[in-house]
Design a protein around this ligand. Structure first.
Ligand code: HEC
Length: 395
């Protein structure tokens, strides 16, 4: 019996990560919707209530009210929303360490960009996460905090520069995943460092019989709004590792910028819509940006080079390439140290297996250039194009 704990651990943590992420984003969407949908109460009003709404769900009616700053009296039982965010971050960070730091040589380091040890690569990755938060938090504390649109634009430019920088030093896949963790870290830190502490201070002031400082609520609200706009882009990155055509593009940072803008435009459409202000312009803008990004991706796939016509490529050539570059890992008994079984269950020793995996091979070798892993065997562009020509002829 073969038993390797790592892939199971990976699966379990990923499962937790997705569940926690759904809970966090779900409650975040819900509260944004709630906030935007509140309307001034008709008739007799409770003191301090800014708005209220009625909703029906699961066979019952709900009547929600929002107290601006705080109610006069602290309720006995107050619900907090924080563990969804913390669990998402903790499980995400655990996955990052497990996949990209323990196995940095496989997933994070691209020796053709920057040769590093696992420790150096992990240190650099963490430095990016910390720098991201420090810059974002600094921006939010600067006078820019009074101009959300300008603040958001500057943070967006910072993020795109990070994406560019990451792609200069890490593998495409490692770079894109780090962008997700930088944004996700800022979001979770917003909850941990600002939103929850501010709420605690408000509650403490009330319990002490003092008037809570409205600035605390305003600051928390702003961070929560930022999180709202970062949500859709970060979800795309969460599953981006399935899409070599995204992370493997030499201009993946431009694609991230495009899809990020698209996500924010769509989010903005919904935010307005909840306020009964439907502006289809934003939805259309989101769709146009998506299409433009897709077209750019297709054009830039090979660094804007025209792919050479390699003529007819015979199977013997492909088989030799597989033996030179792939089968040390992708074989029933790999000779490559770190694997006891073929990675991703894919063996490339038999003709039938190679042919049936042609499309997968194309994605990884020709489009994303993410195989051979870490370009261990220094496969050349010409060799990739030979495989490309052969796969295209199979269709
Ligand atoms: C150093 C070991 C190594 C080498 C060499 C290597 N691979 Fe891989 N390959 C992997 C690993 C590990 C995975 C799983 C990656 C993951 O989990 O995302 C993988 C995944 C794949 C996949 C994706 C399978 C799927 O179901 O998603 C394809 C296709 C692939 N490799 C093809 C190749 C080809 C073709 C070559 C040679 C040109 C090659 N690999 C060389 C280790 C290697």
């Amino acid at each position: 019996m073969e038993f390797d704990i790592i892939p199971w651990l990976n699966m379990a943590i990923r499962w937790l990560h997705v569940i926690a992420g759904i809970a966090w984003i779900g409650s975040s969407f819900y509260f944004i919707w709630l906030d935007n949908s509140l309307r001034p109460e008709k008739g007799e009003k409770d003191k301090g209530v800014g708005g209220a709404l009625w909703a029906v769900h699961g066979g019952g009616f709900y009547h929600k009210k929002k107290y601006l700053v705080a109610p006069d009296q602290m309720p006995d039982d107050l619900h907090w929303f924080k563990w969804e965010a913390y669990t998402t971050w903790l499980s995400g960070f655990a996955l990052l360490v497990l996949m990209y730091y323990f196995a940095a040589d496989l997933y994070l380091i691209d020796r053709s960009k920057l040769d590093m040890t696992n420790i150096q690569a992990s240190g650099l990755g963490i430095a990016f996460l910390v720098a991201g938060w420090l810059i974002y938090d600094g921006l939010c504390r600067s006078p820019l905090r009074n101009n959300n649109a300008l603040l958001g634009t500057i943070w967006f430019v910072v993020l795109v520069s990070f994406a560019y920088g990451l792609n200069e030093v890490f593998s495409g896949r490692g770079a894109v995943m780090h962008m997700g963790t930088i944004v996700g870290t800022a979001m979770a830190a917003n909850v941990f460092m600002i939103i929850i502490p501010n709420q605690r201070k408000t509650v403490a002031a009330m319990l002490a019989g003092e008037k809570p400082d409205p600035a605390l609520g305003i600051q928390a609200k702003q961070r929560s709004l930022h999180n709202n706009y970062m949500t859709l882009p970060v979800v795309l990155i969460m599953f981006s590792n399935h899409y070599p055509l995204l992370f493997g593009n030499p201009y993946n940072w431009v694609l991230l910028a495009g899809f990020g803008l698209c996500g924010m435009a769509i989010r903005h459409f919904f935010n307005r819509r909840h306020k009964d202000d439907e502006q289809y312009l934003y939805l259309v803008a989101g769709a146009i940006i998506f299409i433009a990004t897709m077209v750019f991706a297709a054009a830039s796939q090979n660094g804007f080079r025209k792919v050479e016509d390699m003529g007819a490529v015979d199977f013997a050539t492909v088989k030799t390439l597989m033996e030179t570059h792939c089968t040390m890992c992708h074989a029933a008994s790999p000779t490559y140290d770190e694997f006891d079984a073929p990675p991703a269950g894919l063996s490339l020793t038999d003709e039938a297996d190679i042919k049936s995996s042609a499309a997968l091979i194309y994605d990884q070798v020709v489009v994303a250039k993410s195989m051979p892993l870490g370009n261990e065997t220094q496969m050349t562009q010409a060799e990739r194009e030979l495989i490309g020509a052969w796969v295209r002829a199979q269709k």
